[in-house]
Every structure is written in structure tokens, then in C-alpha cells.
Design a protein around this ligand. Sequence first.
Ligand code: FAD
Length: 470
Amino acid sequence: MEKISRRTFIKDGLAGMAAIAVAGSVPGCTSIIKKENDFSANAKSAGKYDVVVIGGGPAGFIAAIAAAREGAKTALVEKYGFLGGMATAGFVAPLSVFAFKGDLVIGGIPWEFVQRLEKMGGAFIEWPKANVDFDVELYKLCTQRMVLEAGVDIFMHSSMIGCEKDANTIEKVFIHNKNGIESLEAKVFIDATGDGDLAYMSGVPMQPNTDNEIQPSSFCFIMSGIDTESKMMKRCLYHNGLTGPSQCMPIRKRLLEMQQAGEDIPDFGGPWFNNALRPGSAFVNITRHAADSCDNRNFTAAECQLREDIFKFTEILRREFKEFKNCYVSSSAPQAGIRESRRILGVHTVTGEEYMQALKYEDSISRGIHPIDMHANKGASQIRIDLTKPAYVPYRALITGDFPNLIVAGRCISTDRQALASLRVQASCMGTGQAAGIASAMSVKNQCAVQNIDTKNLVSRLKELGAVLD
Ligand SMILES: Cc1cc2nc3c(=O)[nH]c(=O)nc-3n(C[C@H](O)[C@H](O)[C@H](O)COP(=O)(O)OP(=O)(O)OC[C@H]3O[C@@H](n4cnc5c(N)ncnc54)[C@H](O)[C@@H]3O)c2cc1C
């Protein structure tokens, strides 16, 4: 077994990138931070851990629970004051999909979470796909309880802003919160930021954007005052796959007609109305705008436009549909939702082709059964290809060839755009999070690089936990 190597000393991160930008060269990830931007010298240590997970979304909170339960001293860093990622910070509902024709595809800790949420009155499971509708506040409470019970130290309101490396070994990350800039050391780091922030800052090569296209962002919100008992809404609020398309077709048809008639209707998707477990209210996913979540100015401008669109669509629905005559925006998500951004160039890149064929790998660690679901950047169209059997994800898509203590989980794993269009859903992200957590604990226990853990043991431990891998 190869020990994690420690050689040359390089520091990276946002400050490093700023330093290069100031110097006028191409922004990148492998430069030495200039002394005047060197926050690492003054950062106070906030702790030393076996495993530090960055990002408390579906991939990250499950990864943290998994690592801690295996005995690793674990910390979880999250920029918001609650966990859940896109579910709670983006109002993305439902959690898709845990089962195929009534049989579980994503098991273990992710499914334990769903069952616990259901017991708390915070989940409604739509069989046979096991799409999970949820109450957003109980979701926050349930994740927090499970993470704390596993013994994880949570650092909320903390943004990871950089890292310090020795060759390709990440030694510490820097987080920014009200205490100032602090550092967290770990033997293994898990990047579950969705955008692959830690991987990017460490200098991991990213997937090229070959077709110069990126799926759009949507600003989801909770709408109240809807007649959720009406025939149309009873049909539109549930997504079990048995009662027709998931979009609310009468509304879609009317919006398209209005667009064709030359009315000023912003780009939209769906629309999708999702059960929020409260009479009269629904999660709404209708807005759509091209956005780059990794470019602050671009994303800010897109969010401002999308917020305008939320209110424009609310007004249209109130005017056009009796089911919505008393509707209002009761809450917009803390941020616009992100479907696609950076993904690592891992040891193996899962392609749409192998994914659709359900190619099984020796190191398969998770599954996915959501359709390939690609939203157009402009207009209302969407490509959707249903899978005929659940697909597999290999461990090699969670690691790079030469970063010995970095594992990624969730949306930023190594996939092409087509495979991402299915794997990005929350149950699949939880599945890769579970595998990342177990793998990180094995790497710590055996003092070996994440590339050198025994994947047979990894797979068998995941099966013991309930992962469905055969
Ligand atoms: C409009 C829309 C509709 C969707 N529809 C569905 C659907 O119907 N069903 C479904 O299951 N999925 C759906 N998805 C996809 C799904 O929500 C996401 O792909 C999924 O949540 C990704 O999980 P993740 O854990 O990888 O990342 P995220 O959920 O994005 O979580 C990442 C977490 O990391 C934190 N973070 C990020 N950067 C930092 C940092 N530098 N420091 C500290 N913390 C950080 C974030 O705050 C967040 O909590 C949809 C997505 C969108 C945008």
C-alpha cells in the first residue's frame, strides 16, 4: 500500500487565483500565493480530522455520516446555516429516485434518511419510483440530527475558500466565517460542493465543455394559496410516473400558446409543481435562465432576472387559472438551483453510452435510474431518455489519478454531460456520498492513498450497509 506522499509545497485557493489575476496571467490553480494575499499565515487552526467533507448537500451530509460511523473523526463544512444542499437551499423537489419498479436502487444510509424523515412526518414516498416529496424544514432538522448523532463536527456558515497542498496532497483547507479565516487539517478530504470547488482550487483537471452548452439554472420557490384539492393540481403535484408526464401540461400548453401569440413570456421549463406536504402550497419549478454558477457576476445577474420571472409567472398563473386565483410567493429558495457546472476529470469518466447500457464495473459503488434529463439553455425544451435498467457508477469516477487524499461525491464526479443529466439527481448524489464516506474511512484506517484502497472491501462494506449493487 502506498503511503500518502508529501513533497513540494504549493498553496492554492481563491487568494492564489486573485494573485494570478492581479499579475495579469491566466487564472488557474497551481500558483504560489503572493505574500500580501497569504491568509494561510494568519489562519487559526479549527481542528485536525481524519476526514473533512466540504458541502452539506445530499452527497456531503451522507458522506459525513458514513465516514463518522466507520470511526473516522469527521468534520462537515457548509456555507449555509442548514444542511440539505439543493433540497433546502434550492427548493428542489422531489428527491429523485430511490427505486425502479418498486425495488430499491439506492439503499443504505440514504434510504435510512428517507425513512427517518418519513417517521418525523417530513416525507411522502411516491411508489413505485420512490420519488420522495418532503417538508423543507423537517428535512433540515432530520439531516442535522443524523449528522450530529454520528459524531460529526459541523462548521456551518463557513465557506471553504482555499487549500494548502504538499505536491498533490491537500494538507488543510481554509474556511471563512465570523471567527475569521480558519484552517481544518485532514488525512482525507471529500469535495461535495456540487461545483467541485475544492478539486478546482487544488488544481484537479476538469471535464472539458465540448458542446459549449450548460444546462440552465432555475429559481425554485414555494407558492401558497393554490387550490391543491382541484382536479388539475391533484394530477400535477405527484410524480410517481404512473399518471402521465411530470410537467403540468394544461399550464405548459397555455404558456406556449401565449408565447406564440407574441406575449412577453420569459423562458420557462415544465412547469413542475411538487408536493410540499402542506395544503395550499407547492414547490414550483418554472423559471429558466442560462447561468454559470462558477462566475459570480454572471450568476448574480441570472438570479436577479430569475427573481423577476418568479413574480411574473405568479401574476400570469393568478390571472389565467382559477386554481391559482389566490396564489402568492410565500418563499423563494435561498439561491437559484444549479443543474450543471464543474466536474472532475477522474480516473474513469462515466459516459452516457455506458450509463444507458447499465455497464457494470468491478468497482461499482452506486446506481442511478433517473432518466437522462437534459434541459435546454434557451426555450422550453428538454431531452428525456428513460433508462431500461438501473445504471452503475464506478469508484474510479470519484477519484483522480494523482490526488492521493481527495474524493469527490455528488454532482461534480467524473461524468460526461449525458450521464450527468441523470446522475445529478439527489438519490444518486446520496449514493456516491455514501461510497465516498466509506472509502475515506478505509483510506485513513489503512493509511493508503484513496487510489489504493481495496475496492472489493469497499463494495462489500457498501453492500453490508444496504447499497444495492448487484
Ligand atoms: C432546478 C433544478 C431541478 C432539479 N430537479 C431535481 C429533481 O426533481 N429531483 C432530484 O432529485 N434532483 C433534482 N435536481 C438536481 C439536484 O438537486 C442536484 O443535482 C443535487 O442536489 C446535487 O447534490 P450535491 O450534494 O452534489 O450538491 P448540492 O445539492 O449543490 O450541495 C452542495 C452543498 O455544498 C455547499 N457548498 C458549495 N460550495 C461550498 C463552499 N465553497 N464552502 C462550503 N460549502 C459549500 C452548498 O451550500 C450546498 O449545501 C434539480 C436541480 C435543479 C437546479
